[in-house]
Design a protein around this ligand. Sequence first.
Ligand code: IPM
Ligand code: MN
Length: 346
Amino acid sequence: MQAAHTHRVAVIGGDGIGPEVLAEALKVVAAAGVPLDTTDYDLGAGRYVRTGDVLPDTTLEELRGFDAILLGAIGPPVGDTTVPPGTLERGLLLRLRFELDLYVNLRPYRGVPGSVADGADFVVVRENTEGAYAGEGGFLRKGTPDEVATQGSVNTRFGAERCARFAFDLARHRPARRLTLVHKTNVLTFAGDLWQRTVREVATDYPEVAHDYNHVDAACIYLVEQPARYDVVVTDNLFGDILTDLAGAVCGGIGFAASANLNPDRTGPSMFEPVHGAAHDIAGTGTANPLAAITSAALMLEHLGEADAAERIHKAVRSYVDETTGPATTQPASTGAAGDAIAERL
Ligand code: IPM
Ligand code: MN
């Protein structure tokens, strides 16, 4: 079915390999036959170093008006000291997640052939607006020998519940219909208790979904040793951050890992981005893996109501990956060749 209007998408290429991988993602979307009305936004480390701007209020207001945001990667080169840590993370990425109420960070994984998690197929639903990321805390007597730093974790029933409901809804529509809460209830007895009670209560509305619980440290072992046990994993912001990098590594590399920062209530645009960073060390070499960006774009199309095009891209990515990864493969395709190969399969 044709969508009612051309989707208006804000494109933030960002730094390092960000613009290169997004170019492939946009190439593939065009090949899938979905016209986009794109507007480029120059944001990230480059912009900050040049102008001192991170995310001007006027830009944020403009971004609210789009149907979706596609982001490549932001960040300075490793070792760079011109951008203080947290400037872009808190000022740009987290600000967008919080301001646009992108409360679910959806990260799907499929173990590529030959990877530790070969054959695994699971999704992590990471809470995306609370927890240790909320920015609660501060310093006392900073810079003195008696310095104190606190960094709290904010956990609301509201935040845990809307995330849990999203995860159960997702699990209900997947063949395995299993959900695992990952937390650390044996030590984080307040936040963990709130999460566990919330998940148990929400579960009563989803009798068709089996649910269990893993401590986060144990989940790290299971992800490496028995990744196939997972279907939908729901977890808090910080555990989700760490677990999804591990999931990327065991599933073939972070270059395959896509994400959707979703506002499921659709009170504003959702934002789609690969999980990986700017990788300045390989920028311009044509060796960046564009599959995370391409899959992120497919997640965007799904959200925009273009389910058919999204599914065709997912299928093309799966078949391409099955043919080009695994023990027999020695030479990865270039960034552009990988994008072309996916586009040709559509
Ligand atoms: C991610 C990233 C971000 C996070 C950083 C860049 C703020 O690591 O999307 O996983 O911690 O959420
Ligand atoms: Mn991360």
